[in-house]
Design a protein around this ligand. Structure first.
Ligand code: ZN
Length: 353
């Protein structure tokens, strides 16, 4: 994102200083470009170039026209960087560190064990334990609490999805708190995964489903009614159907909204047309998140800036979104209450609203 100047710069600094919560951030979309270039050089990964500017268009949205498929394509190359244990751990550590440096105080970082394991034939268990260790390490070094969500992609085979669910269930005491469904909702239905998601929820995992981003409101309904989603990744198309909107609102399903990502995938045309404010005014539990900071070249501060400058929302509204995010987090009720108390006290000190 282009850096603002003048009064906007002051606003940006103020938003940066706010304590924040991010519920929707993908590890696979959070790689520092410098780290990518270093790993590629060290391990001789065959790429069109090894300097950051040559690499950028392959892993980041630059001048690409808004398009959902093009956005997903960026992940293909990124998957090739998980070459060693050190690479996986470095990337996970840096993802949490970068969030902390943006004053994110609570992060739910999601990752797809299959994507991390794929490049070198690692086991799902190995890569998951590496991520857990790296995230634990980052939490010691930085002022942040982080939890993990395992992602299944819609096109993955059922056996691998089942393994990921069991893996997530087995590591709940080590920081895995939820299960996510991602991938192309326009092609792959969620129905084959219903029993797996029910099993995950019964075992204590929180459920969040990517829906209503490239697809219509019927996918949001499906995610809630069939898969038991407590949160929806994006979900913005629910504004197109008042029945689905009421379902989302009445069941207090939180929407994990990621404005820049929505623009880049073509889910919305401009920030001015983004339904975040309408959803908020309609009483929906909305939250603001990053999705894929490195692919979108964004931070949570940037997303807040977009909400204020592009959507006519206030810093007080952002505080309300943070409260929504804490209450919709997959922490235990006691942990949620503690985090809300801490964050709201800090918020009060950092702003005069
Ligand atoms: Zn996402």
């Amino acid at each position: 994102m282009r850096l603002p100047s003048g009064p906007t710069l002051d606003l940006r600094q103020r938003l940066h200083n706010l304590p924040k919560v991010d519920l929707h951030r993908h590890l696979e979309g959070s790689l520092r470009l410098e780290t990518l270039a270093e790993i590629a050089r060290e391990h001789g990964i065959d790429l069109p170039g090894y300097d950051i500017e040559r690499l950028r268009p392959y892993v980041q949205i630059t001048n690409d026209p808004p398009d959902f498929q093009r956005f997903l394509e960026k992940f293909q190359l990124l998957r090739r960087f998980y070459t060693t244990r050190e690479a996986v751990q470095r990337v996970a550590y840096e993802a949490v560190a970068d969030a902390a440096l943006d004053n994110v105080r609570y992060l739910e970082l999601r990752f797809n064990p299959a994507a991390l394991a794929h490049a070198q034939g690692f086991s799902f268990e190995e890569v998951t334990d590496w991520v857990i260790q790296a995230v634990d390490h980052a939490q010691v070094d930085y002022q942040i609490t982080a939890r993990l969500i395992c992602t299944i992609v819609r096109h993955e085979n059922l056996e691998s999805a089942r393994q990921i669910v069991e893996l997530a269930l087995s590591r709940q005491k080590r920081g895995i708190v939820g299960l996510d469904l991602a991938g192309d909702e326009t092609i792959y239905p969620a129905a084959p995964l219903v029993s797996l998601f029910r099993h995950a929820a019964q075992g204590g995992l929180g459920i969040t489903i990517h829906a209503g981003e490239a697809g219509g409101p019927e996918n949001v309904r499906e995610a809630i009614e069939l898969l038991g989603a407590q949160r929806i990744g994006h979900g913005i198309s629910c504004v197109e159907d008042s029945n689905v909107l009421m379902l989302v609102r009445d069941r207090k399903v939180a929407l994990e909204i990621c404005p820049t990502s929505n623009l880049q995938t073509g889910a919305v045309e401009t920030f001015g047309y983004h339904p975040l404010r309408d959803l908020y005014l309609a009483g929906v539990r909305v939250t603001v998140n990053t999705d894929d900071p490195s692919i979108s070249d964004t931070t949570l501060t940037d997303e807040y800036l977009v909400a204020v400058m592009g959507m006519n929302l206030t810093v007080a509204d952002l505080m309300a979104f943070n409260r929504n995010a804490i209450r919709a987090s997959f922490l235990s009720p006691a942990e949620r209450a503690k985090l809300e108390e801490q964050l709201m006290a800090e918020f009060g000190r950092s702003t005069d609203v």
